[in-house]
Design a protein around this ligand. Structure first.
Ligand code: 4AD
Ligand code: MG
Length: 449
């Protein structure tokens, strides 16, 4: 069967005007009188619906078609007619409507508005609701834009293992992996990865500029709107690069993907702007065209301490910044995306490069309004003696990092990279405030629908 995507018609209606075409999709609404009926059909190829008109005098089974329910799958054949005077730019004047699958009257997406909490309990159906139609299409566009950005800069895409034997972050948030009822499958304890960085670094030492893009897993027991147990991360790694190069890359990446989304997801953005965040489009446009702020952790702490009465967790030098602090900085003080650099070594991962002050490391977090941290990165410790001492000092199983140390032994160089939380970025570009609503099947502490 030759079917036409509704998206193609919206992109170039003149090309289809007067043609007989077939569209396949799901009924969003159906209304009818004795003589004529209207179906809004959505096929998932774009945000918009196509209006299908069917008339009693042309349809033997007119009465039957009027009984098709919301959610039913249908195949419509007809002639595309431009309707410049009407609300919608064109309609399909149907010659045949075939029922593929009737939706039972218990179909939950009958009424227009449901709470996000309810919709999370039906992840298998919510893709057919407007919000998720927009968000999941944007998820795909965003992934494509990221690949195309890194490709345009000569980065190689590498796949790092999801099953690992070491803790890449040293934060002890790994899920343990074992066969059901079986023994240690790999002959040693194995875990789901929290980050592809360490393997990514080894690939960068062979290919210069690489990135990973895949799922990562964290057993963080934090029940927040921005933590998931399974999320996707993009991790670029560059040999011969320092923290400045890292920030330049991160800023260019975010601007590139924002421009892509602004150009390619107009209908989705308009919908989200209308129903979720009335400043969304304006904000994305501004950010795509302005410089990100840059401050050190020490400067951030100085600024925040002046507002300690407004925080649940009081700020002091040496504390980890919480979401409330990150959002205060980027939303209230600087009012734009922000790089915060040079954190105390005690609160950051073992692999970050020690600064000359001996107290801070060459770390960078990127913070954005509405979400807080979306990127965590650093220049890596390339000095063998310092790295070895640090691993021996803070890691549980120092011997598992011998290969990582080898990279410093055999032609090491300064290098840097970061991890971008894909869902955090998607929250930012959609204005959706809960990570559970940008993952098709969210997994969070206590929930795996
Ligand atoms: O800051 P993180 O922990 O950094 C790393 O994992 C480094 N290995 C990255 C690197 O340098 N290659 O995580 C990176 C980003 C965070 O900034 C955040 O956006 C996201 O991953 N992230 C999460 N997103 C959703 N749910 C969680 N539980 C997340 N934990 C981190
Ligand atoms: Mg982080």
């Amino acid at each position: 069967m030759k079917r036409t995507d509704i998206r193609l018609i919206f992109e170039n209606k003149e090309a289809y005007s007067g043609n007989e075409i077939t569209v396949c999709g799901w009924i969003r609404t159906l209304r009818s009188s004795n003589a004529i009926g209207f179906i809004e059909i959505n096929d998932g190829s774009c945000f918009k619906n196509l209006q299908v008109v069917f008339e009693a005098e042309k349809f033997e089974n007119f009465k039957e078609v009027t009984t098709y329910t919301v959610g039913s799958a249908i195949i419509c054949k007809g002639i595309l007619k431009l309707t410049p005077e009407a609300k919608q730019p064109f309609e399909l004047s149907a010659t045949d409507i075939e029922l593929e699958g009737l939706a039972d009257l218990s179909y939950p997406l009958q009424k227009k508005k449901h709470s996000p909490e309810f919709l999370r309990t039906i992840p298998h159906l919510r893709g057919r609701a407007n919000t998720f139609s927009a968000v999941f299409r944007m998820r795909s566009e965003l992934a494509f834009a990221l690949h195309s950005f890194f490709r345009s800069r000569g980065f190689m895409y590498v796949h790092t293992p999801l099953i690992t034997t070491g803790d890449a972050e040293g934060a002890g948030e790994m899920f343990r992996l074992a066969p059901v009822g079986g023994k240690e499958f790999f002959g040693q304890p194995a875990y789901l990865t929290v980050s592809g960085q360490l393997e990514g670094e080894s690939m960068a030492m062979a290919f210069g500029k690489i990135y990973t893009f895949g799922p990562t897993f964290r057993a963080e027991n934090s029940n927040t709107a921005r933590h998931a147990a399974e999320f996707w991360m993009i991790e670029p790694e560059m040999a011969f690069a320092d923290l400045e190069d890292d920030m330049e890359l991160a800023e260019a990446m975010i601007k590139y993907v924002l421009n892509h989304i602004l150009t390619n997801c107009k209908d989705e953005l308009e919908f989200l702007n209308r129903f979720y965040d009335s400043e969304l489009i304006e904000r994305l446009n501004t950010v795509a065209n302005s410089e990100f702020g840059r401050i050190t952790y020490t400067e951030a702490v100085d600024v925040l301490m002046k507002h300690n009465d407004e925080f649940e967790y009081k700020v002091f030098w040496g504390c980890d910044l919480a979401t409330e602090h990150e959002r205060y900085l980027t939303e209230k003080i600087y009012k734009k995306p922000l790089f915060v650099t040079d954190y105390p070594k005690e609160i950051k991962a073992f692999y970050m490069r020690l600064n000359d002050d001996g107290k801070t490391v060459a770390a960078v977090d990127a913070l954005v309004p509405g979400v807080g941290e979306i990127i965590g990165g650093s220049q890596r410790e390339e000095r063998l003696d310092l790295l070895e001492a640090k691993i021996n000092e803070v890691m549980d199983n120092p011997e598992t990092y011998s290969r990582y140390l080898d990279l410093r032994r055999y032609g090491g160089t300064k290098h840097a990279g970061f991890g971008l939380g894909f869902e955090r970025l998607l929250m930012y570009v959609t204005g959706i405030s809960n990570i559970r609503d940008v993952l098709p099947y969210p997994r969070t502490a206590g929930n795996a629908y």
